[in-house]
Design a protein around this ligand. Structure first.
Ligand SMILES: Nc1ncnc2c1ncn2[C@@H]1O[C@H](COP(=O)(O)OP(=O)(O)O)[C@@H](O)[C@H]1O
Ligand SMILES: [Mg+2]
Length: 261
């Protein structure tokens, strides 16, 4: 068995535009993500973060390179539900209750009804939404809807959680609350989390390691170990070490920026 949750070897992605011009979006990305690790993919909008996450999830094929997820080929990992996915907008079905939304992936797996309900309720508890099982998405705040999205991703009990800018549409207060919730879930479940963001502070606060991606094409410029203590409480946000780490990563981006103009 591999000690890694995800292994990326020399991933390259080249898109063709309407005029058949080729554009390299990801260039030789190589990265091994450890089991149980909280890792962020950080880079500016349009640099290729979603593309990379979709390649890990086997939702698209890289032009070149090799992907292994939970020790399996990416397709095998997808088919055996090794990961759950959370998106920027939770895309809940408006006509289904919270509990019915969370159960959706289990219906696709043909899990019996009583077990579906039991497992969905368990996840509802984990994301702290007990009492909202019969509410409809429109009755919930943005932060609560995103927690339903997380519960839906966790309900199949995947080893890995892939999250694509899950909190970027939320206000600062809600975002901070969800950071705390996510870290608690991570600590209690031992999942591997791959968290895509364009927000430096968010990446630093949450992660064990931050992968700094440059744009055009995205290369892995640096992988920064975040030494801040665990469990991470909000108090960390006011420490000098936190500021130093954020500035250090900011400097990496600025250096790149000036190199490119
Ligand atoms: N299917 C596609 N065909 C052509 N270009 C694409 C496609 N998907 C994404 N791109 C381009 O690749 C670049 C990276 O996109 P994306 O991975 O969504 O970036 P990010 O998530 O970092 O904002 C963007 O310039 C985008 O326009
Ligand atoms: Mg994106």
């Amino acid at each position: 068995m591999s000690e890694y949750a995800i292994e990326l070897e020399q991933i390259k992605m080249v898109y063709q535009d309407a005029k058949k011009n080729e554009r390299t979006v990801l260039d030789n990305i190589a990265l091994c993500i450890r089991k149980g690790e909280f890792i962020s993919l950080l880079g500016p909008s349009g640099c290729g973060k979603t593309t990379l996450l979709r390649i890990i999830a086997d939702l698209q094929k890289p032009t070149a390179g090799r992907v292994r997820v939970a020790g399996l080929e990416a397709k095998q990992a997808r088919l055996s539900h090794k990961y759950g996915m959370v998106f920027q907008t939770p895309a809940l079905l408006e006509w289904r209750t919270v509990l019915e939304n969370i159960q959706l992936p289990l219906e696709m797996q043909k899990v019996p009804k009583a077990e579906r309900r039991r497992r969905a309720l368990e996840q509802l508890e984990i994301v702290d939404l007990r009492g909202y099982e019969n509410s409809y998405p429109r009755e919930l705040s943005g932060g609560m809807q995103q927690r339903v999205g997380i519960a839906r991703a966790l309900v199949t009990e995947p080893e890995i959680l892939l999250m694509d800018e899950p909190f970027s549409a939320l206000d600062e207060f809600t975002k901070e609350r969800l950071h705390g919730d996510l870290l608690r879930i991570w600590r209690n479940t031992g999942k591997t989390i791959v968290f895509v963001t364009h927000n430096i502070s968010e990446a630093v606060f949450l992660s064990d390691r931050v992968c700094v991606l440059s744009a055009n094409p995205a290369r892995l410029d640096a992988v920064v170990d975040i030494q801040l203590p665990r469990p991470r409480e909000d108090a960390v946000l006011k420490t000098e070490e936190y500021f130093k780490t954020v500035s250090y990563i900011r400097d990496i981006f600025e250096e790149k920026y000036y190199e490119n103009i």
